[in-house]
Design a protein around this ligand. Structure first.
Ligand code: OSB
Ligand code: MG
Length: 376
């Protein structure tokens, strides 16, 4: 297979509900769509779902565009390959930049599965027809506003709710949600906002996290900074509540480190964070073999990245609900047709070849702020 044309689309979609994390607040999102065409005319799509700013990972939309243009697209355009597992090898010399790599590699996966007439989920080793979705709720201006959001999503059938926490917004919101919903599957995600024991306030932060233990949370996700494996290990040993890693695991080597140190006991696998579907599939195999349950995390993807997440979530080790909520949770108009829907929190895995849903070029064009075409 040979990609002879790649078009990069810089697309901004308005969010239906502003989203706030421990670091910033957003009312629209800009992602880069990768349209990859082979010499026989078959097309695949990928999504570079980098946040605009370097707060989740070092990449930004701007650096991802530049890395794709200067390094990844030149390496992939015109190169011969037999299977998408070979794509990462084409730009093996490029360090990091996992979001940019993931979008390019995803386009190759959807291109290849379209050409082979096989659904993306099956090609990855998925064996489920549907996957269970959870929602991720941002930091709200008040506990009342948070309870309104939780209620809205529980009433629309989502069986799991993840709450973003940060120092100062942790024990009280968790207590309020637990009191209002005694049996709900609730977990929290700190995006690394708590200081570790080598930093000022680290001991106090440890006590706050310990105070979350009685609330029967399904997990505490990424309390400490990405490279702080040791405090994650210390917390894992200290709590009954499982500890989940997100930002810490960008590579299979990071995962080996986490497994060896017992720096958690659950893994959030993000296609974007791990540089693509092949690495995400391999992380799933490695974590599952070690007995860690996994789930698929999201980056508020548009439909292309969302469908890749749905396909990945159909693999057997994805035993916890994934962040693959309906397109409509975030976007009034998605760029795929039909949009991803959830029926009482259950999302169907597409059975059509490739990505499995159509892509809407006119919607992409209407929301694109720039487009650039590259030819072999
Ligand atoms: O940590 O999971 C995270 C979005 C941006 C940055 C980090 C995270 C998130 C989410 C998104 O939680 C969840 C989703 O896409 O549904
Ligand atoms: Mg997370």
């Amino acid at each position: 297979m040979r990609a002879t044309e790649i078009v990069l689309h810089d697309v901004e979609l308005p969010l239906r509900h502003a989203f706030e994390t421990s670091s910033h607040r957003k009312s629209s999102l800009r992602h880069l769509l990768v349209e990859m065409t082979a010499e026989d005319g078959t097309t695949g799509w990928g999504e570079i779902a980098s946040p605009a700013g370097p707060f989740y990972a070092p990449e930004t939309t701007t650096t991802a565009w530049q890395t794709a243009v200067d390094h990844l697209i030149p390496a992939v355009l015109g190169a011969e390959w037999v299977h998408p597992d070979e794509i990462a090898g084409l730009y093996a010399k490029v360090r990091g930049n996992y979001f940019a790599k993931a979008g390019i590699e995803m386009a190759a996966w959807t291109l290849w599965t379209a050409a082979e007439s096989v659904p993306l989920a099956r090609a990855l080793g998925g064996d489920r027809d549907s996957v269970v979705a959870g929602v991720s709720l941002g930091i709200e201006p008040s506990i009342e506003a948070l309870l309104t959001e939780v209620t809205r999503h529980v009433e629309s059938g989502y069986p799991r709710v993840k709450l973003k926490i940060a120092p100062g917004w942790d024990v009280e919101p968790v207590r309020a949600v637990r009191e209002a919903f005694p049996d709900l599957d609730v977990h929290v995600d700190a995006n690394g906002a708590y200081p570790g024991t080598a930093e000022a306030g680290g001991e106090a932060a440890f006590d706050v996290l310990r105070a979350l233990d009685p609330f029967r949370l399904t997990m505490i996700e990424q309390p400490f900074a990405p490279k702080n494996f040791l405090d994650h290990a210390k917390l894992t040993a200290a709590l009954d509540t499982p500890v989940c890693l997100d930002e810490s695991v960008e590579t299979l080597d990071d995962l080996r480190t986490a497994l060896a140190l017992k720096a958690g006991n659950v893994l959030n696998i993000k296609v974007s964070r791990m540089g693509g579907l092949s690495a995400a599939r391999d992380a799933h195999a490695m974590a599952s073999a070690a007995g860690w349950p996994v789930w698929c995390g999201g980056m508020h993807e548009f439909g292309v990245g969302r469908l890749a997440n749905v396909a990945l979530s159909s693999l057997p080790g994805f035993t916890l609900p994934s962040d693959v909520s309906a397109s409509s949770k975030y976007y009034a108009q998605d760029i795929i047709d039909p949009p991803v829907t959830a029926e009482r929190g259950v999302v169907q895995v597409p059975t059509a070849p490739g990505l499995g849903h159509g892509v809407l070029p006119e919607v992409i064009a209407a929301h694109a702020t720039r487009q650039q075409r590259f030819k072999a």
